[in-house]
Write a protein that binds this ligand. Structure first.
Ligand code: ZN
Length: 244
């Protein structure tokens, strides 16, 4: 559908980007992105997807807001403690951009739910906080042939990649999913940076602008600080994507 006058003005600072234009914006408004987890990474990623005009943003989280979330999960306030995150995040995102659909889903991502939850999405954003659920999401994304943006954080450090096997490695080609879940210290700025970069990967992919991190891993060492990009390869013995 062609952009309305309001939309042309709202999105003008990004449609001016080389290769984006009204067509890129129309594509974005017709896209659906599944945001797995609206914690620290998800708050930042979903916010930038919403204000950019991604037509449908699905925010999925089974957790409730805890006081210790408030140093980094800026879609929630003290008034939201003990309430489910997904509907609160959705309401905030709708206020930021009434132009789009935001769909809240209160659900745990596990082997029996993952496939159904991501169905119909053009892209999946891994904004999770533990290896086991990431691996489950990775397998569901492979089965549904949906590309996935991966990000993970600890302290001032973060990792990011664009996964679309067999053209790129999948998550299990380079991440050990059997590691136990840990909850390292994380300041809000680290998840803010990595969540924003996840949104950037999504917007490049959906509009066809720029170049994604396909086949490469961005390593952010905020304490140094440094940003490095390293090549990553498929593992021929990968239990998830072998034989694709
Ligand atoms: Zn793999």
């Amino acid at each position: 559908m062609p952009l309305s006058t309001d939309q042309r003005e709202r999105y003008s600072r990004q449609t001016e980007l080389q290769g984006w234009g009204a067509e890129g914006q129309e594509r974005l408004l017709e896209s659906s992105v599944f945001v797995a987890g609206v914690g620290g990474l998800g708050c930042a990623a979903a916010t930038y997807l919403a204000v950019a005009g991604v037509g449908e943003v699905v925010v999925c989280d089974g957790d409730v807001v805890e006081r210790s979330n408030l140093n980094r999960q800026f879609l929630y306030t003290r008034d939201d403690l003990t309430r489910h995150k997904a509907p609160i995040a959705a309401a905030q995102l709708r206020r930021l951009n009434p132009d789009i659909t935001v769909t809240p889903v209160i659900a745990e991502i596990n082997r029996s739910t993952a496939q159904g939850l991501i169905e119909g999405a053009d892209l999946v954003l891994d904004c999770l906080d533990n290896p086991e659920t990431r691996i489950t999401l990775n397998r569901a994304a492979i089965a549904a042939s949906i590309p996935m943006v991966y990000a993970a954080v600890a302290e001032y450090t973060g990792y990011l990649s664009f996964l679309n096997p067999p053209a790129t490695p999948c998550l299990e080609c380079f991440v050990d999913g059997t590691r136990p879940a840990v909850h390292p210290p994380v300041p809000g700025c680290t998840v803010g940076v990595l969540g924003s970069l996840e949104a950037m990967e999504a917007l490049k992919f959906l509009t066809g602008t720029g170049e994604t991190l396909a086949g490469r891993l961005l390593v952010v060492e905020g304490a140094v600080p440094s940003f490095d990009v390293i090549e990553i390869e498929r593992d021929p013995d990968c239990p998830a994507c072998r034989g694709l």
